[in-house]
Design a binder for this molecule. Sequence first.
Ligand code: F6R
Length: 620
Amino acid sequence: MCGIVGYVGSQHANGRPLDVVMGGLARLEYRGYDSAGVALVTQDAGLATAKKAGKLVNLEGLLEERPLPPATAGIGHTRWATHGAPNDVNAHPHVSADGSVAVIHNGIVENFASLRAELAADGITMTSETDTEVVAHLLGAAYAATGDLAEAMRLIARRLHGTFTLLAVARDTPDLVVGTRHDSPLVVGLGEGENFLGSDVAAFIAHTREAMELGQDQVVSITPDAVTVVDFEGATVEPRRFTVDWDAAAAEKGGFASFMDKEIHDQPHAIADTLLGRTDDAGRLVLDEVRVDEAVLRQIDKIIVIACGTAAYAGQVAKYAIEHWCRIPVEVELAHEFRYRDPVVNAKTLVVAVSQSGETMDTLMAVRHAREQGATVLAIVNTHGSTIPRESDAVLYTHAGPEVAVASTKAFLAQITAAYLLGLYLAQLRGTKFPDEIAEILQDLREIPDKVQTVIDASGHVREVARSMADATSVLFLGRHVGYPVAMEGALKLKELAYIHAEGFAAGELKHGPIALIEDGQPVFIVVPSPRGRDSLHSKVISNIQEIRARGARTLVIAEEGDTDVLPFADEVFYVPRTPVLLAPLVSVVPLQIFACELATAKGLDVDQPRNLAKSVTVE
Ligand code: F6R
């Protein structure tokens, strides 16, 4: 949810703390954009803060009107509101009653009411409706008592229930930023004579790619030359270092009108990079990161994919392929439902957690639950240094690069690709596919980036149709087999980007209810299976198109090039290149992403930061 940045450096004179913090916030704004604020430790005047409701641009305006003095260290926050309306007063940072410390927070302090009562009894009056202000007052008091900001943070962190990442600066410690985390993300960026803190590495990749993971319940202190970490008991901890392989330029728009459009165009690379370096000289799959004992993988009798939103649709696509290639039953479960239904999980279950951010709280909680039940957990994650891979038994990283637009596109294709690799790896290990069959599928996968590029290059027609539909109030999406999760993903993209009612259905379900929605002019996308696919699915879906068209639907058909059977029944056809059936979602979803992005743009909406959403959902 909220994005947080901290910076301390020795090159103070040039306004660098504010520049670094504001630059970091710009790259983290996808985490929340209800308000933004900064606190600086200034060279002469103690703490200076500025905060403003609305997007970061509002804070930029305020800083132009009322510039802050030169500083030595700073923290910044971009908010997704939980407690209290998204207004100026509730925006972070919050300053302690004695004015000694400023605090920013990501998460929810669940016991804030009792802490608030305690502070009220001490005569402290709250000025905001937030849970975070309570933390600022507690920290101010602990700092007054100990004279040590890190120690004060450690003491108060132990009193908080809920989830939190906290950063703080104090007016009399010009070269220090302190942070802590519990069930909420925080990573450290290591520079030369400067150090950084961020909710994720995007906060500082413009400055350094050297980073450190911070574990659960730890307190970190950064100065220009040192990073010190202790746990909540006060014992020194040696955190794991890692190098971020993301290109800083990948987090810039690079000439595109929006990150969304850019990330759609990044997709051929995202797939190619996720496939890169996965085979040995003999062409056998080697998934080095999957450090689960092969004997364990050989004896698993069930796979459960847990994920949310788009990542869960990636899991649904993977189910078809993994079951077919490996003959292992695969269940796909929304992470937030999983742990509340007493799932049947044991040592023979492989749980695959799929997450772009690696921070989704629902997925993290499901991972913990699965491990407690004895399952082996493998994470498919895009963001290095995040919590889900750290808490899993193994990780398979997607290499989509930073995804900045709130709605997921390239991460979706990279997740499907990684899940295919996992399926093929299991098939290789368990001998359910011959090596030459696996090699053939891998070759098909390597051809996908060019096919996705073809779809993007030929997107003029879908863009034109999208622009003509800016007034649509409802769009339905139908698909079958692997086209079913594609239909649901197409509907989700349209809902979140264009705020249009949209539903994805299994085409076979149509006559069991949804067909009642069809009336004159109702637009319906249909993802048509390949005519070369199994059984008679193709002809069944063609019949579905006829059935809805006869009832007045406007049919928008995604079909494989050369499929002329659809022509008599399609108001519009968007052809995609011929692709093996199980891999087809990687190409057939692309026109639907482009459609949603273009239609939302035509409506004048912000496609990168849709209303009410945040990219990393770090609260349940
Ligand atoms: C939709 C979207 C969300 C995420 C979901 C999971 O466009 O982006 O549905 O897919 O919130 O997020 P991650 O993958 O970070 O766990």
